[in-house]
Ligand binder design. Sequence first.
Ligand code: G3P
Length: 197
Amino acid sequence: MIAGPSDRDDPISTPPQASVYNIANYLTLLRILLVPVFVWLLFQEGTAWRLAAFAVFAVASITDKIDGDLARARGLVTDFGKIADPIADKALTGAALVSLSVLGELWWWVTIAILVREIGITLMRFLMIRTSVIPASKGGKLKTMLQVIAIGLCILPGPLDPLRWAFMAAALVVTVVTGLDYLVQAWRLRHTSPSDS
Ligand SMILES: O=P(O)(O)OC[C@H](O)CO
C-alpha cells in the first residue's frame, strides 16, 4: 500500500539494476490490470457488487505493499519500478475517485484537487527522467495509504460518514503537502550542479 519498488530515498538512479521482468514489476502491472475490473464492479448496483468492488480494490492495494517488500528483499528495485509503481497507485486511486464522483458519492473538487497533484507530479517525474528519478518519499507513501483507506471507506456501504470524511480530509492535506515537497525537491535537483553535492 505505501511501499513500492520505488522505495529508495536516493533520488539519483545508480546501476546495475535487476531485470525489469521481475515479480515485483509483474505485481505492479497486475495492479494496473485490476483497475478496469474494479471500476466495472463499482458501477454495478447492489451491495454484493459493492463488496466485490471493495475486495478488488483491497487486493490491488495490497499488491502495492507486496511488490515494494519483494523488490527490496530480493534486490529487484528498478528504474521502471520506481516510475511504474506510483503510476499504478495513481491509476487505481484516480479511477476510484473519478468513479465515486461520477456516482455522486464524492465531491468533484476533492477528486480534481487530488488528480491535479497526482498528474502534475507524474508529469514532472517524466520531464526529469533523463537526469534523475524522483522516487516515492515516505510522505508520498503515507499519502497513498491515507487515500486508499479513505477510498475504501467510501466504497463500503453503511454508515461510516464521519470516518470517511476524516480520512478523506487527511488524505487531501497530505496529498497537497507532499506534492509541494516534490516540487521543492525537483527544483533543488535542477539547481544543484554535481560539483555541489
Ligand atoms: O506521492 P507519489 O507520487 O510519490 O506516489 C507515492 C506512491 O504511490 C507510493 O507507493
